[in-house]
Structures are given as structure tokens and as C-alpha cells.
Ligand binder design. Sequence first.
Ligand SMILES: Cc1cc2nc3c(=O)[nH]c(=O)nc-3n(C[C@H](O)[C@H](O)[C@H](O)COP(=O)(O)OP(=O)(O)OC[C@H]3O[C@@H](n4cnc5c(N)ncnc54)[C@H](O)[C@@H]3O)c2cc1C
Length: 374
Amino acid sequence: MSERVDVLILGGGIIGLSCAVALADAGLRVEIIERGAFGREASWAGAGIVPPGDFDRAPTPLDKLRAYGATHFADFSKRLLAETGIDNEFTVCGGIEFLTPDEAAEYPALWRAEGLAVERLDDGCRGVVTPPGLSAWHLPGFAQVRNPRHLRALIGACERRGVRMTPGTAVRGWQFRDGVVTGVTLADGGLRTARQYLVAAGAWANDLLAPLGQSQRVHPVRGQIVLFHGRPGLVPHVLLCGKRYVVPRRDGRVLVGSTEEPEAGFTKGTTPAGTAALTAFARDLVPGLRDAEVEAAWSGLRPGSLDGVPTIARVPGHDNVIAAVGHFRAGIQLSLGTAALVRALASGADSPIDPAGFAFDRSPGSTARPTFRS
Ligand SMILES: Cc1cc2nc3c(=O)[nH]c(=O)nc-3n(C[C@H](O)[C@H](O)[C@H](O)COP(=O)(O)OP(=O)(O)OC[C@H]3O[C@@H](n4cnc5c(N)ncnc54)[C@H](O)[C@@H]3O)c2cc1C
């Protein structure tokens, strides 16, 4: 490539693609380099749950990032549909959270403090069996997006904006002159230079951040999903129970997730124990799924972080490198807020989101428990 772009994005998952759209909208020239195919790793594997949020009242930096996405996802989805013709099926379908007595003493108060609508369902929900010992809480603002379609729409939006898309090309490392990053080296022997670089390499981000002195930022946490061939209307809402959930798609398919397996390292794949546990969980919760066929199962590697909070900031000591990494279980819902913050960092514009909570040296106080677990 002859002309130097303003921002070279390393990694084309939901974070890299969403940032590319936002950066191009700010008038910057952008290229994304992706090792495989765009959007085929964690971002494709995820369930697409988007919890509700009130940006002004969200209590922690992470909650604000989530609330930014909750507030903007519907309009952004309409824009993507108008531009690309791809419907990402963003739907405010409502959710039911099943809580233990201890959780019920804590979470509903957090949700109400943020101004979110929530109602306890004393009679449960039709077609759904409240697990013994738990109470059911309906949050009508819960939404979902069909993430594989959202990713296709993002790719289309990037192409329309003239973002240079380079799939099938792994970034190997950095080129330095006098300690300053001057380019990236590619697996095919090539070299790319840019004014700024954005590391958005998901669970693999440490490979790129370690040579910049940041070796502990991200680790992989495998998650498995089971897909049922259900029928429309069988599951009324997103159902959430601790770290597990059931997500009904418009066409009747039902996703059930997920496991948390940091011990799997970078090995993707499903296990008989993982899929059996998810299948049993779903069929206990929704007896109507007992007759539904299991159509598929898959896994993805979440980019875990030490404190559960993503890092979205300039890399210390490397002013021309920004990182947007470590979104763990929430990269889909956090993608729009992340893109807004990256756009501000890269363009020098004001940020709608306070960057302090996502800095490399953020204080432990900014890592308070998030208002939602999924
Ligand atoms: C089972 C499961 C369920 C989930 N459910 C939800 C949910 O309901 N809601 C939600 O908000 N989040 C969910 N998540 C989390 C969400 O999917 C992730 O947080 C998000 O996808 C992270 O996006 P990313 O772009 O950082 O990573 P990825 O999608 O993994 O993208 C990173 C990209 O970087 C590329 N790359 C890596 N190294 C290099 C290199 N050296 N050179 C070039 N390219 C490179 C990779 O090939 C990859 O395509 C779920 C995740 C899983 C696994």
C-alpha cells in the first residue's frame, strides 16, 4: 500500500470493525489487518445480549460503557440497515434474570438506582420454569443483536466508507526506530506504516502488547454455546441465570450459553460435558426445548482481563499506539462505547466517555462490580 493511513487497526473482530466505522466517520483514513476472515472469532461466537442502560445514571465506568451501547444500538442498527441492506435483528426482547436470595438483595436495587424498569414476577413466566430457590425479575429493556449479521453489516459499512480491508494477513510484530513504533511487520514479510495503530486483537492481543511492555493485559477464556432448532415464540425473552443464559432468535433458533474455561487456553472446541450441561440447563428452564433438536454447538475465546474491565487507551510509552482490548463477556454490548472512545482518542475530539476508567494504570476503585453479569 503506497499511501500511509491515519489509523492501522490490528484485528478485525467487532471491536476493530466498530472502531473502523467510527474513525472513518471522523474523516480518518483507516485500514484493518485481520489474520483470518473478518469477524469470525469471539465476535461471531457470542450470543449478542445487550443489557439495558441509562448513560447519565450508570454508576461505574464499565456501566457507562454498557449504557452507551444500550442507548445507541437501535439507531446504529437502523443506520447499518439503511446503508448495507443487512438487518442485524437488533431487538428489544426483554430479559428475565433469575436471582438467588443474596443476588435479589443486591441487583434489583442497582438496576432501579440506574432508573431501569424492573418487575419481580411472582407467578413466573409462561413456558419457563423458575429454578428452585431463585426469583424471577423481568427487565423489559434487555435487547439482543444477531452478532454474525451485525458483523456482516459492519464489514459492509467499512467498505462503503473506503476502509481498506486486508484479511488473511497476520501481524507479526512491531518495527521500532529509537524505541518509537514506526510500523508493523506482517507474516507474509510485508511492512505497514501508519500515523497511529490500534490493537484490537481480542484474546491474542498480548502477542502484540507484550513487545510494548504490556504482557499481562489479556488472556483467553473459552465459552461454549449450544444452538437449538426451536420455533418462534417458544422462549419469550432472554433468560439469564448466573453465567448461563438462553437467547431466542426471531426465526425460532435458541442459543444457550455459556461455559467459562480459562484452562482451555487458546484451544477452541466444544466438550461433551460442556454441551451436555448447557443442554440440560436449557431444557430444565424451558421444558418446550425438550422436543427441540440440538442443531449445532461451537466455542469462542473471550478476551479476558485481570479486573473484568477492558483497556481502551494509549499504550504507555508508545504515543502512536492505542489498545482496545479485554472486553471479556461483553464486547458486543461494549462495542459502540469503545468505538466512541477510540474515535476521541485517535482524533483528539472530546470523548463522551471518561477515558480514566479504561487506562492502563486505572485505579482499582474503578473496577467495581458491574450492574449486569452478561
Ligand atoms: C460464547 C460467547 C458468548 C458471548 N456472548 C456475549 C454477549 O451475549 N454479549 C456481549 O456483549 N459479548 C458476548 N461475548 C463476548 C464478545 O463476543 C467478545 O468480548 C468480543 O467478541 C471481543 O471482540 P474482539 O474484537 O476484541 O475479539 P475477536 O472477535 O476475537 O476479534 C479479534 C480479531 O483479531 C484477530 N487477530 C488476532 N491476532 C492478530 C494478529 N496478530 N494479526 C491480525 N489479526 C489478529 C483475530 O483473528 C480476530 O478476528 C461472548 C463471547 C463468547 C465466546
